[in-house]
Design a protein around this ligand. Structure first.
Ligand code: ADE
Length: 221
């Protein structure tokens, strides 16, 4: 069973997405377990303070090291095999290859930040810093959800057909997915490409490959 832990100030953020569709089914089937650690529970003063103003001045608040490091320690105590990943726009970029790596690791703690970021000293207590992409989210939660979702759908037994995950866009040398069509054959004058109706599986496979390569070239540099 894959074990995920989420360190967050907003555990409720994950309730709805994890109770729908594929993640919900995977959790119900016992293929993944998700535990939330509420950062506020690790605050060390009577006001349960988790953030403070930045040294040197500037806007916003910075997450304090004491509660975050205490939460990381709790996650490692619960699951000594866990890989602790901090979500931050200044991390290395997430990819399908990373998702496959996490599936192999089997134990993942996703550390979500808020406000202006983490006190830099927290970085010494995590295994990796990961970014979803070059844009700024309001917090690490939406990024953690995307990472977790992409991992869950790759776990053995989660998707109906084992081919679906293997044939994904990106799994094979970074190539984008090919175009898909379903009924009707003609929609507002737009026809389904003739080759897909031909029943010739070799030709269909070759056409899909050409389409995927052409679109990757056009849309990705
Ligand atoms: N937190 C805020 N923005 C983020 C991003 N792009 N990736 C990961 N964590 C983030």
């Amino acid at each position: 069973m894959f074990h995920a832990q989420l360190i967050t100030l907003f555990p409720g953020f994950f309730d709805s997405p994890l109770s729908c569709s594929i993640p919900a089914r995977a959790i119900r089937a016992g293929l993944v377990r998700v535990d939330c650690l509420h950062l506020r529970d690790f605050a060390q003063d009577k006001h349960r303070k988790v953030d403070d103003t930045p040294y040197g001045g500037g806007p916003g608040m910075v997450l304090k090291p004491e509660p975050v490091v205490a939460a990381i320690r709790a996650a490692r105590h619960r699951d000594p095999a866990t890989r602790v990943v901090m979500l931050t726009p200044s991390g290395t970029r997430f990819s399908q290859a990373k998702a496959l790596e996490y599936v192999e690791v089997g134990h993942l703690t996703l550390l979500c930040g808020r406000y202006e970021g983490f006190d830099e000293r927290i970085c010494d207590y995590v295994d990796e810093q990961l970014s979803l992409g070059d844009y700024v989210l309001s917090g690490g939660e939406p990024a953690a959800l995307c990472v977790l979702d992409s991992v869950i759908r790759l776990l053995p037994g989660v998707l109906g057909s084992p081919e679906s995950a293997v044939l994904d866009s990106f799994t094979e040398d970074g190539i984008l997915d090919w175009p898909h069509y379903t009924r009707p054959e003609v929609f507002e004058g737009k026809r389904v490409p003739e080759v897909l109706l031909s029943g010739n599986h070799a030709e269909i496979a070759a056409w899909r490959r050409r389409q995927a390569i052409a679109r990757s070239r056009k849309r990705r540099r």
